[in-house]
Design a protein around this ligand. Structure first.
Ligand code: SAH
Ligand code: SF4
Ligand code: F3S
Length: 449
């Protein structure tokens, strides 16, 4: 074992570069905690930092290319300064067959580890300081979670909290189950304590609970707990805060959850519910375990229970076998649901996933045409949607931005509050929208202070 008495990192600088989802963003916050516990100081320049960490993603080819090119850009700098330490971690090296053979292509990267052993980053750094030999260590099973207590968070309003790691769903296009392993829930007590501390001692206003599929929460625990039960217990924490969560899977999205969301004022009225496609044929080939009818029935119930809810989704365009007809069904779905936000991706082949072997792959050019068509449609829908806000009241976080009072809705929309006399900020209040000009909303506060 290497211990901190041999620590040569004291006072050195570090820079963490993050790619991918919120889970990775939060993991980087914990990585920063590890580096700071070695006595290191953060800098915002990869070029100047003594230690640079690339925390990577491989959800699509583009994510891999971006990380790879940015790592390669450091090669000449490392040649000039051989003492600079470069670490590569996260989902990209965890793949069995990634696009790049990292061990071979990146001899100048000092430490290459995966998602399951990044919790031991301090040990790897201390070892490297002694041996000065490249460490390449990818393991198949989790060796423990990253320590949450020392996390250095990016934001001081919204805090991410992991509730479940991994994924058991195996959607046919997706690499996540292969690089993140099986579902592993944290205990309700651990989560409760973390949230309570963030709200009561650190003053966070939004807590975003994270998991690849939060609705699967608790199934693997010794004393199984549902996600709805977890939410109910977290809402008992005293304080002026709200809870968000992502990502929800339509398959496990039950009525108990809709009920808790509706009844608990501490749960943000915002829902990210990825549909992926509007065609039931494609959904079956994606192994999503629901069809269009089921998805629409959830949306209907959610909108009925919470008319002000902000809805967002993910769409994959050009999945193998997607015909013009299937694609049109997705467009139809967008017109029907009128999401507040849509994240659309062109299907990207991930080696090792079933869909990569499907024979009816769609031409890149065609995918491009379809995704642009979809984005154009969504832009029109969103513009048109602004109307729905008129005269409605939203519970908002009141903030001062550039000297102006702004109410932030649960869905992240900004409402300007003209002539508002500030006493303090960062509290929740109802804001009624009185005016919409050029798609900008303004309103008045129903101030209960
Ligand atoms: N666990 C979440 C999402 C994780 S990945 C869920 O089940 O919805 C985030 C999004 O990336 C997915 O919702 C999907 O739309 C997209 N995605 C995943 N794999 C992809 C691939 N191979 N090509 C294109 N988009 C993909
Ligand atoms: Fe990927 Fe599907 Fe798991 Fe989401 S639920 S992480 S899309 S396999
Ligand atoms: Fe990417 Fe890994 Fe997240 S592949 S999307 S960083 S779980």
């Amino acid at each position: 074992m290497y211990n901190k008495n041999m620590n040569s990192y004291q006072g050195k600088s570090y820079n963490v570069i993050t790619y991918g989802c919120q889970m990775n963003v939060h993991e980087s916050e914990k990585i920063r905690g590890i580096l700071s516990s070695l006595g290191m100081l953060e800098t915002d320049s990869a070029e100047n930092a003594d230690v640079v960490i690339f925390n990577t993603c491989c959800i699509r080819e583009g994510a891999e290319d971006r990380a790879y090119n940015n790592i390669m850009a450091l090669k000449p700098i490392k040649e000039k300064n051989p003492n600079k330490i470069i670490v590569l971690c996260g989902c990209m090296p965890q793949q069995k067959k990634g696009k790049y053979n990292l061990k071979e292509k990146l001899p100048f990267v000092d430490i290459i580890i995966g998602t399951h052993n990044v919790n031991q980053l301090a040990q790897y750094l201390l070892k490297f300081a002694v041996t000065k030999k490249q460490i390449y260590d990818i393991v198949d099973k989790p060796t423990g979670a990253l320590d949450v207590d020392n996390a250095i968070r990016d934001d001081n309003i919204n805090a991410y909290v992991n509730i479940i790691y991994g994924c058991n769903k195996f959607c046919t296009y997706c690499i996540v189950p292969y690089v993140r392993g099986r579902e592993q829930s944290r205990t309700p007590q651990e989560i409760y304590n973390e949230v309570k501390n963030l709200v009561q001692n650190e003053g966070y206003k939004f807590i975003t609970l994270l998991g690849q599929n939060v609705n699967s929460y608790g199934k693997d625990l010794k004393e199984p707990t549902t996600f709805a039960e977890l939410l109910t217990s977290l809402c008992e924490i005293e304080g002026d805060f709200k809870i968000k969560f992502m990502t929800s899977h339509p398959m496990d999205f039950g009525d108990d959850l809709i009920k808790v969301m509706k009844n608990e004022p501490k749960i943000a009225k915002a829902l990210h519910l990825p549909v992926q496609s509007g065609s039931s044929k494609i959904l079956a080939r994606m192994n999503r375990h629901y069809d269009l009818k089921h998805y629409m029935s959830i949306i209907k119930k959610v909108k009925h229970a919470m008319p002000n809810i902000s809805l967002s989704t993910d769409i994959i365009v050009g999945f193998p076998g997607e015909t013009e007809k299937d694609f049109n069904l997705t467009l139809k779905l967008l017109k029907k649901v009128k999401f507040d936000q849509v994240f659309a991706f062109m299907y990207s082949k991930r080696s090792g996933t079933p869909a990569a072997e499907f024979e009816d792959q769609i031409d890149e050019k065609e995918k491009n045409i379809r995704v642009n068509k979809l984005l154009r449609l969504q832009k029109i829908i969103q513009k048109d949607q602004t109307k729905k806000f008129f005269k409605r009241t939203y519970n908002c976080l009141i903030r001062q931005i550039n000297g102006v009072a702004v109410g932030i809705t649960d869905g992240g929309k900004e409402i300007y509050i003209p002539n508002y006399k500030f006493i303090n900020q960062n509290y929740f209040a109802d804001v009624k929208i009185e005016d919409i000009r050029n798609h900008k909303l303004s309103g008045v506060v129903n101030d209960k202070r």
